[in-house]
Design a protein around this ligand. Structure first.
Ligand SMILES: C[S@@+](CC[C@H](N)C(=O)[O-])C[C@H]1O[C@@H](n2cnc3c(N)ncnc32)[C@H](O)[C@@H]1O
Length: 298
């Protein structure tokens, strides 16, 4: 079974811990908006910091509850099955000195959930992080208009063959031959791109799968909820750090942080921090991570 490896741990601790060093923040909380396997959270717990961790994936939450049962019992950790968009209203008046969001999906979700996140697997095409909310990838693909598919594969996947891929999806659908599994869809995508684009550095279906996952889970809207809502709950002197794996997300964070810098926040990372070569060697997933931090002025 794959276990998710947390990215950029040193950089995260170096940039977020200072907020907890202030006297005013000894009793404040870290909000881990993307708890996952609890990797990042575990480091903050070891430092004696109180953590409120959420994840929209119910399996991630139940596993975290097992892993951290004693910290939950002692009151050091609070865990809830929530999406970021529902978080602000649950915070009450707790003092928040740190916010962490490690966006996207985990290796556990890719490998172990059976929800069709990986194009290598013969699993149902679901792709929802929370299988109780919204529609599955298969339902979406059966209904979406061709132009809508082209647009989203192009914008969220940055896939230059988006038009051809959308066309084959719609063609297959007409004849009731649409693949019902992730591996089946990947095969269909592979056959719709020109032969010389089938054997590149990454699988021909990578970008389309990324686009579908982002769309199905409303990931850009979730990021808006983080930037327009949750971050505003930081206490003075508190810091928020966001790791993104997609250029559209990083751009959104960059622009929002710039705006915030005229509205009572200071940007801590002038340029996004990236994982070291050594980390990327150990954990290739870290290659595209971009980490930005902002502090609320006192
Ligand atoms: C990259 S993993 C986090 C890994 C974690 N930081 C660790 O070190 O173990 C992202 C996790 O965030 C969750 N997630 C993604 N978007 C979310 C959202 N909008 N609201 C709540 N959870 C989200 C996913 O379900 C996944 O479990």
């Amino acid at each position: 079974m794959t276990v998710h490896e947390s990215v950029m741990v040193t950089e995260i601790l170096d940039t977020l811990l200072p907020a907890f060093g202030r006297d005013a923040h000894r009793e404040s909380w870290l909000l881990d908006c993307t708890l996952g396997g609890g990797g990042h959270t575990s480091y903050f717990l070891k430092k004696g910091i109180k953590v409120f961790g959420i994840d929209r994936d119910p399996v991630a939450v139940s596993e975290a509850k097992k892993r951290f049962s004693s910290e939950i019992a002692s009151g050091q950790l609070r865990v809830e099955n929530l999406a970021i968009s529902d978080l602000s209203q649950k915070l009450g008046d707790i003092k928040i000195a740190g916010i962490l969001a490690d966006l996207g999906f985990s290796s556990d979700q890719l490998e172990n959930r059976g929800r069709g996140f990986s194009f290598l697997k013969d699993e149902p095409l679901d792709m929802r992080m929370d299988p109780e909310s919204g529609v599955s990838a298969l339902e979406f693909l059966m209904e979406a208009r061709e132009e809508e598919l082209t647009d989203l594969i192009f914008t969220l996947g940055e896939e230059r063959f988006s038009r051809r891929i959308a066309r084959s999806i719609v063609e297959k659908r007409k004849f009731d031959e649409f693949p019902k599994t992730a591996a089946g869809l990947a095969h269909l995508i592979e056959r719709s791109v020109p032969p010389n684009a089938r054997h590149g550095r990454i699988h021909a279906a990578t970008r389309t799968f990324q686009a579908l996952r982002i769309h199905i889970n409303g990931e850009m809207e979730q990021l808006d909820a983080l930037l327009d809502g949750v971050i505003l709950k930081l206490s003075p002197g508190g810091r928020a750090g966001i790791i993104s794996f997609h250029s559209l997300e990083d751009r959104k964070v960059k622009h929002k942080f710039r705006k915030f810098s005229d509205q009572g926040f200071t940007i801590i990372t002038k340029k996004p921090l990236e994982a070291s070569d050594n980390e990327v060697k150990q954990n290739p997933r870290a290659r595209s991570a971009k980490y930005r931090v902002i502090e609320k002025d006192e």
